[in-house]
Design a protein around this ligand. Sequence first.
Ligand SMILES: Nc1ncnc2c1ncn2[C@@H]1O[C@H](COP(=O)(O)OP(=O)(O)O)[C@@H](O)[C@H]1O
Ligand SMILES: [Mg+2]
Length: 276
Amino acid sequence: MSEGETAKSKGFRGEMIAVISAKGGVGRTVVTTNLSVALSKKNVKVGVIDGSFQFGDICLALDLHPTFSIKDVVESIDELDSFGLSGFLMHHPSGVKVLAAPDRPEYADLVTPEVISKACDLMLSQHDYVIVDTGVGLHEKNLHIVEKADQIFLLTNLEMATMKNTKLMLDTLELLGFQSKVQVVVNRSNMESVIQASDVPDILGVEIGLYIPNQFQIVSQSLNVGIPFVVNEGKSDVAKAVFKIAEHLISRREITFFKPKTPNFLQTLFSKPKVL
Ligand SMILES: Nc1ncnc2c1ncn2[C@@H]1O[C@H](COP(=O)(O)OP(=O)(O)O)[C@@H](O)[C@H]1O
Ligand SMILES: [Mg+2]
């Protein structure tokens, strides 16, 4: 990425990734935290929004002790600019900056679509990637997040109930016209189940390229101590899978940056006619 294209540029907008699932406990927080830290190792600026506004646990998973949260965005929404927002972000040693969820569930109601929009826009003006963890399902707040996102990572695992709900969620996202932004990520892809990872593309009717293996001890230990496994278990299969997703995102972004730009309508209209 060239200097002129980093998050510091005026009018810059980073890439927003929403991490969603149709059921709780599928791994949104694990993926959000580890993917953000994996990306930050690639010399890009990464921000995280804890969009699980009632029971957010991003800070717990990163061992951060939030003094500010999105509730502070609510309280200063009219005058807030990107400088003001920076003051509300929690700094992880990896370089990842986190906009925490409110510290009490009852404050979640204060986070209106307007607040979500402003928080996302300000975060995107300062970071190459903004990854948003979410609450379960497709309620109003999540719909707002997925609408704003450039990419939606829909997490599933191989459990029958998760698969059924993932299928319903995919259908709904398709109805809403978001299909092209959705990538299904199969988490715990080698867990014991009647459904095999290889069955998932047929069940869901989509191609799947992103799989994260099941390594319960490493993952649960990492959550309990608040150190992402990509930090100190970087050679584990689960960390390698997350690094691969980070690579995939970076390479996509480079392709977008270096793709020759197609001229816009006005450029075409005023371009010199070719001399034959
Ligand atoms: N790849 C994985 N391998 C093993 N266990 C996992 C994996 N991903 C998540 N888990 C476990 O699943 C549980 C729920 O993960 P979490 O990220 O908190 O889910 P969510 O945020 O979707 O509710 C955690 O206890 C975690 O240890
Ligand atoms: Mg969570």
